[in-house]
Design a protein. Structure first.
Length: 169
């Protein structure tokens, strides 16, 4: 089984519309998606000596990635144009009508689906779903070859859901 790398990944963003969500595939993603699942622990001591350890407070799952800049905003005069990543995460422009994946009254969130494709075996791709992703920060950086947009966000879950499935683009 070969080691996977950035060439084997596909990142999709969806809203909460059912049964068929609005979605875009993040084009020109640099292949640096990362997330952190934190498991806090409480260490119990007995007069300074280690006694036991138990589960601590839950933490949200943090994720980040960057993509080459294509557009910051879409053409609002064209109803069929896909929204940009910035529009989606800010819930503005061509994404203003997107529905949140979070509960009513919570901050706007979207679903990120990260596919890790298996070049050796059909139907054995890995599907990583972050259900309630909300933007923490968006950083734009100008560069000689390609401008970039860097995203930091949190998924209002302790960890993503990881399953095996068949990616059919």
């Amino acid at each position: 089984m070969p080691v996977r790398n950035y060439r084997d990944g596909v990142l999709i963003v969806q809203d909460g519309t059912t049964p068929t969500p609005n979605e875009i595939t993040i084009a020109h993603e640099e292949g640096n998606l990362q997330w952190t699942e934190t498991k806090n622990k409480v260490v119990v001591k007995d007069r300074g000596a280690l006694d036991s350890r138990r589960a601590g407070d839950e933490e949200v799952c943090k994720l980040s990635f960057s993509a080459n800049h294509v557009e910051l905003c879409g053409d609002v005069d064209t109803e069929t144009e896909d929204p940009t990543l910035r529009e989606i995460l800010h819930h503005i422009g061509n994404a203003a009508a997107w529905l949140s994946t979070a509960a009513d009254g919570e901050e706007f969130a979207v679903r990120f689906i990260y596919w890790i494709l298996n070049p050796d075996s059909s139907g054995k791709d890995e599907k990583v779903v972050f259900e309630k992703v909300a933007l923490d920060s968006l950083r734009f950086q100008e560069a000689a070859e390609a401008n970039t947009i860097a995203i930091e966000a949190e998924d209002f879950e302790t960890k993503p859901t990881v399953t095996r499935d068949d990616y059919a683009a």
